[in-house]
Design a protein. Sequence first.
Lengths: 228, 431, 598
Amino acid sequence: MTGGKKLMKIKIDGRELECEPGKTVFDVARSNGIYIPTLCYNPMNDSKRLGACRLCVVEIMEGGRPGLQSSCTLPVSNGLGVSTTSEPVFQARRTVTELLLSEHKLDCVDCPKSGDCTFVRQCRDYDLYGVPVCAECPRQKDGCLLASGILCLGPVTYAGCKAICTRTGGRCTGCNTTSVNKDVLKFGAETFKRFGYSSEKVLEAMEVFSATTPGKEGFKNAAKEVGL
Amino acid sequence: MRKEIVTRYIVPRVEGHGKVHVKIQDDKVTDVEFNLIEGQRFFESVIVGMPWDRVPTLMQRICAICTVPHNEAAIRAIERAMNVDVTEQTELLRWLMFHGSMIESHALHTYFLAAPDFLKVPDAVHLLKTHPEAVQRAIRMKKLGNDLQALIGGKPIHPEKSVVGGFISAPSPYAIRNIRQRLKDGIADAHATIDLFESIKYVDWTVSPTTYAAQRGPGPFMDYWGDTIHQGANTFSVSSYRDATNEKVVRKSSAKYSFTPEGKPFMVGSLARLLHNKSQLTDGTTERIKKSGKLPTENILLNSWAQAIEALHSYERAIDIIDELFSKGLKDEKPIKVVPRAGRGIAGVEAPRGMLIHEYETDANGKVTACNVITPTAMNQANIEKDMKASMKHLTGKPDREIEDFMETIVRAYDPCISCACHMVEVHFVR
Amino acid sequence: MTSTDIKKKYEEMAEAGMKRLHPDKPKLIFGYGTCGLAAGCGCLVDVAKELKGVDHVTSHVGCIGLCHIEPLVDVQLPGMPRVTYASVDQEKLKVIIEKHLKGGQPVKELAYAQLATELSVIKKGAINYQKKYDGIPTYQELPFFKKQMRIALRNCGIIDPESLEEYMARGGYRAAYKALHGMTPEEVIEDVTVSNIRGRGGAGFPTGTKWGFCRGSKGDVKYLICNADEGDPGAYANRAVLEGDPHSIIEGMVIGAYAMGATKGYIYVRAEYPLAVQRLRLAIKQARQHCILGTNIMGTDFSFDISIFEGAGAFVCGEETALIASIEGKRGEPRPRPPFPAVSGVFGKPTNINNVETLATIPMILQRGGYWFASIGTERSKGTKVFSLVGKIKRSGLVEVPMGISLGVIIHEMGGGMLDDKGFKAVQTGGPSGGCIPENFLETEIDYESLKKLGSIMGSGGMVALDEDTCMVDVAKFFLNFTSSESCGKCTPCRVGGKRMLDILDKISKGTGKKEDLVTLEHLAIQVRDASLCALGGTSPNPVLTTLRYFRNEYEEHIEKGGCKNTCKKRGASKVAAPSAAGKAPKKTDVPKKGVSK
């Protein structure tokens, strides 16, 4: 099966796994059902691994220089032992996601990936709340409910529900509460402005699930800033 | 020797929290009390001040099993307040969704909540061992009900697609065609359910004079709504429902008690509907009732059987509605535009557990100024106690455990939805 | 030419070199490094050119390290030690020429020091004058030089870097000859390993071990690269060697190439060092002409040649894998390691990259032996290190000291203490990748480990002295600004994390920061440090982390009071003045009309 190549033994999360030399830890993990997230890996260009996003980092526990290494570029070697679940790994992945979120231009209403966005899934996995429901909603541009006169509260509501209501034809009633994240609220205010809704109408609609929340106050400020 | 037993603090296998109090002197049961102890939920107070188009969003969250009845009752009440007429297609879709919720709710109650009582197993998990095909069937029926609700309303729980004025978008005709096939195949399941509940020998310990109350629509078939309330021999219009319910706050319960104008308790639910609307049932349903010979009856324990009958009715009705939709052609309609205004609207539907009434008052901007919701389980409280008291003499000398079990069986027979019931006690507040 | 012929030729050249170093005519010596030029020695040279009436020679030497008192002009009369005059301007020069060069008597009021005995560790060709002038201190008496031990800087400021003969006169290329003719490559590696010299570029990896890896890699083509990209602001130790003693690097590279079996060499030098580039090119040309580079080096069958590769201004290209990418013609982006360059480097071939200072030290190690080198320094850090002492210090310049000397000695004894006698606050070591060390650690013996323990790094030897008026938040911001703008942009933690940390620092320094910001800043700094792909990102949070560790009160002051009484309030803006290489701004009269003459 291996054509004469001697198999190597490495440990991932304490599990001993056999693998061919020349593979990376990422390959071995994925083919053994161990999930490692990634963003800069392009399966169509498999041989060119950048190690740039730092999301796939694993912690070297034995058999190498201690510290975090990107698993997509880390070649297997006998005696190598890594962890995909240690605290430093979690913190690093969370920080990377948070940093990318801080640079992210929220244009989910126009974005073709909204509704099926890997990045949003990543944010959800790490409890990061810098995206609105729109990021998970498959309706975009002219398909957006706001374009057909229905006040959907997606642009200012915390994502995390997979946009189940808009995905199945309904509208977002804001039941996941209004976000307090400034970028999300700004995006929301701008989106409502773009489709011609007044801030009074939006605030009215928020009464049901966010009447006394800080998100509502935050939205008032964002609306003022944007001129809604 | 005097002693008191209180059932398990929370009656199991019901929706919500209720408590039964049994007083025993020597070997005789001398008194029984039933309390709903769910906390107040204040829906009717919270909704005041909210805009008209958000009413269904909030009010449907009174319950997750009967979310569709609350959604529809709220919507129809608001539409009456705003003087909005919806299209025929909307009406058809609404009642189709309603039948889905009926199938789902009845499948849940008959198999998982009530059947263990009659099949002498502790709970539905044990049912898997003793009646595995029954459990499979139950899951199949419930899934069909859920899928039908999801198809029309978007989600099986809290249908966000159903709004004041109609539906945000029409469902896909292909999906409707598929579900029609499943309904057709599922009629056998409905019959099997009826068979199951007919095979049980019911004791008649609770039999006592009962007044039944149900809404009736114009027909020709019962679609679980109506403009008239039939209570015993009396008739009321839905808009004068207060004459029929006469609600009173009772200290021991979180929900208000309802009485007939004569001060008697009354029962709402499947049995009530079958008795009052027997002329509006589908042919297949009427056949089964005739064959069974069970009606008329004053034995509450037959309520589960009645639900099985209604499930069959819903299966057949749903197919008819689908055929009607297709014959008229499914159109891509948007909700009717509503102009908010001051008004008052009352709407009633027949939720799986019985009559449900929503009433709203709005101001010129369309904001809610007053709200009243009466749920079936609240209405049934007095009747539950009546039936319990009637059974007391049959329980003399019986062991505590048996008394407990039987009292709970009575409660469960009503299919109470206690969370719905405890929605308000009188509240004064200052804005 | 046979090796015997070559040896004879070299000895002749060495003798010629000695005559050049100690001619029997008066010699006028100018400190002609970039620091000297910046201070204005260019027009002094022009003045000297007009000189008439005395038969003399002129020599342009490199930077001896006394950068704070450039321009330096020395007069060496036959048989007498050279006398150094400091901070020379045109008036002073005229006096010096009249009195000393022509008149034969040193101008004691203007004289700074005399070089009577050898300043460095070399034996062959060492300076040793029997006669001395009275009333002029010797170099060894100066606090700046007293505790120095010059190995890498052995020739800087002494020889004319454009003269191969002078280099050979002081023992140059003897080590290379010894290695090529008398040692096997393994023996060379053994000697270097025994010396325990660690990479002087900052990482501190044992050089002998590194050479061993490369030797062990299979391949017929191997590369040896000298990293002369010296990007740290405030560090210019490499520059002094590149400008003042380029042959020491070539010799180090020849020895290294022989040891590891390299066939091709590069000197990756930053284009911002034009004088260094010029000197290196000339040195390489000379080396080729004299069988030191090319085929059959020194009459053996070892062949090796060096090309110059000019960097284009990216700080990140000082990182070895980014440097490799740059040489390959790609954008200078680092790569994850493994695979390490010793296995797969330039164009996939085994590659070894060494710092300028490391390579300049190698010939000395081979000359005097690895054990000799290992006898200097601390237990885990052997030998000497060049530090560029800059900032608010009285005597800024270059010093080479044995490992284990304390920070306090460098700052207070050698450096003379703080400028204007202000109070000492901290010393920043290791450039933008390093950290700030406060007063209570001045007794620390400098070595790789001790600095790391304090949260800083040795780095390339930058040492910035900060006085009591410095705002430490501002310092952190300055360095973070540098590293984040030099980020190549490949990996998220450095590219984005650097920006976010800078945003927070900006907020804090402007007085709008909150308590939570400190928590966020620290957490983010740790994450950037641990998750970055290369050392640029990995060390960029060090200034932040050390200032938070030792000067947290200043951050808190900014948060609670909206600013500090130091730099921030006074300037309003955010830049600490970049440490100037000369330690002193050029006077208007001294600004050279031309740039580099010759």
